[in-house]
Write a protein that binds this ligand. Sequence first.
Ligand code: XIL
Length: 343
Amino acid sequence: PTMKEYFANDFLIGAAINMNHVKGNDPKSDSIVRRHFNSIVAENCMKCEEIHPAEDTYFWDDADAFVDYGQRNNMAIIGHTLIWHSQLAPWFAVDSVGNPVAPEVLKQRMHDHITTVMTRYKGKIKGWDVVNEAIVEDGSYRKSPFYDILGEEFIPLAFQYAHEADPDAELYINDYAMNVPAKREAYVKLVNDMKSKGLRIDGIGMQAHMGMDYPDFNEFEKSIEAYASTGCNVMITEWDMSALPTVSRSANISDSIVYNTVFNPYPDGLPADLAERWNCRMDSVTDILLRHSDVISRVTAWGTHDGMSWKNNFPMKGRVEYPLLFDRDYNLKPFMENRLAES
Ligand code: XIL
């Protein structure tokens, strides 16, 4: 069976795809996606800096092609992302001389951006990551142009505008390190508060960028349960797992934001023992996801094959990483291949 058959009674199985893929320059990735996945998300082309580069300029070509691709292939298409501090168009929160705009101006810009983008794809997109990465690991709000200018209200406002723009679209909040307890509590409170105000929110997205020693799987599982307790669907939205060992660690920051800074330590490929440990860990994660498939509506990998992963270039260019479900030769990795073969 394929992955989408294997998980058919559990959750949607998705992949982030980029323009290389959409434009047909990676035909093997294309066949993987059409064969194994029933959902896609845009890796970059719907982000503010790409789709709305100047106040009166929208760039639709790439996002249109991405949505067409999903429609042609009958996939659940996910929009990523409307309000995010990163990859934000430089003009968005400042005036013509670079000072922060007044609250009313930022509200208007958020409203116009959300309305214009969502209206264009109304009826075609299943759901949107409305707000991305708004809370940090200690449970406080992230400093960002949105928070600095509007305070915490920017979040409910974004959801209100999004619901007005497309009342049929599902609306999600999304973040990384969602296993961290203080962050978990903050998100549960935020979502419950929004719901009690009557705002629509359908899903809580756990990015799930993992490594060989994070996240703590117990905390990860507790988070799935806690997010589900709000009545929202839980989504694993950006699943990948760094295989390279972590070399730096600070007691002050959570495991989940410790990125490895090794420069291609394995020029001959990932050593077999490491690959085996990686497979075991991914298999354990898959068990957790299946155990909670009643509340998990979608699991999306942040890419298709290792060769296209953002982790190859983050945080250092030249890294060679092994974080995805398919290897550089487009073979499904053993932990998943075995599941399919045994089913
Ligand atoms: C990443 C993309 O994969 C890269 O191509 C881009 O250069 C930077 O952004 N959290 C998110 C995603 O929500 O949008 C990010 O995607 C990865 C971290």
